[in-house]
Design a protein around this ligand. Sequence first.
Ligand SMILES: NC(=O)c1ccc[n+]([C@@H]2O[C@H](COP(=O)([O-])OP(=O)(O)OC[C@H]3O[C@@H](n4cnc5c(N)ncnc54)[C@H](O)[C@@H]3O)[C@@H](O)[C@H]2O)c1
Length: 372
Amino acid sequence: MVIGIAKEIKNNEYRVACTPEGVNEFVRKGHKVLVEKDAGIGSGFSNVAYQEAGAEIVESAEELYKRSELIYKVKEILPEEYKYLRKDLIVFTYIHSNAHREQTDVFLESKAIGIAYEDVTDPEGGFPLLKPMSEIAGKGGFIAAVNFSQKIHNGEGLLLSKIAGIETPDITIIGAGNAGFSAAELASQCGNKVTILDTNIKRLEEVKNLLPENVELLYSNEANLVKCMKRTDVLINCILWPKWRKDHLVTKDMLKLMKKGAMIVDVACDEGGAIETCRSTTHDDPIYYEEGILHYCVDNIPAAFPKTSTYALCNATLPYAMQIANKGVKKALIENSYLRRGLTSWNGELTLEETGLKQNRPYTTPEKALGM
Ligand SMILES: NC(=O)c1ccc[n+]([C@@H]2O[C@H](COP(=O)([O-])OP(=O)(O)OC[C@H]3O[C@@H](n4cnc5c(N)ncnc54)[C@H](O)[C@@H]3O)[C@@H](O)[C@H]2O)c1
């Protein structure tokens, strides 16, 4: 198969889908790998490093998309890239179709095959291609809070750490999953008073043994959330909010409960999701205020840490990309039900129920679309 590794064009996106080591794996299996010129520069990989791994460097995105059968990338397809989609082109990347209606139209009209990292599952019901990025985003979310607390960044001037003789800052984290746990790890290591809320008691029990004593573990209900919102300096949202839910956990009205100078870091970043006032921001323009509360809602936090993120992402996605390349996309999807769960569009049909419900458009199951 001809695999094309694209240069990301999203704002401040420095990750690349595949490392030179990953390219070497494809080449060893007899595949042809094209790498768009400078695709790896942001992550520290030169064009020469890819050539030495066996790839051919191509000059433009247009040439890359034209010659590839499988486009292997990181972020969704942006308007500048819409024109490259075509029938049967396989696109394996984060797609987030429910958040990008126009992109979904383009996938369906072009009849390109979309397989979304974020919807691939594992036998435990987890999301293995989200997990490594969630861990990085959780820590990066706390670091963003540290950053925007600084007076030099127009913050309150509060250092999010335990300092002798001074009241310790209070950090609330909603969701004790990959991102929430990771944020709690770093925030608590800095000595803060940390509270994690989750509705899953089993998960709270698991993290109890892994986190230090300065982390309180609370069942997530409205009363506990309100209590935390009144006292917290930073609220970090790490819930994977179901795509079909139209309600919110933290409504615009509830922001009035928060202290002056408090902030919300929405790692989950679902627009109109758990945090009603969340709208995605970029690394160039990361924050905005609602009801006087600073909101940080960058939807590609790991992009700020490309050296770490590119390796972590490639380690997780490569086995699936390899299955697609080795078996052909249809066989790979039929034989691997976990990969199949990520199928978003097939031959002009939407195959992701959540997006169908959210965008009120027809959808089918991957199994029906694939004729299984
Ligand atoms: N901003 C970014 O750059 C970025 C990067 C990676 C991941 N993410 C997002 O981060 C989010 C979290 O991902 P994850 O891998 O940690 O998910 P996860 O499934 O591991 O964790 C979610 C947790 O939220 C809990 N939860 C569900 N409903 C709750 C409620 N009402 N109150 C409290 N807790 C509740 C669940 O029990 C679970 O433990 C996802 O939305 C993901 O897309 C964002």
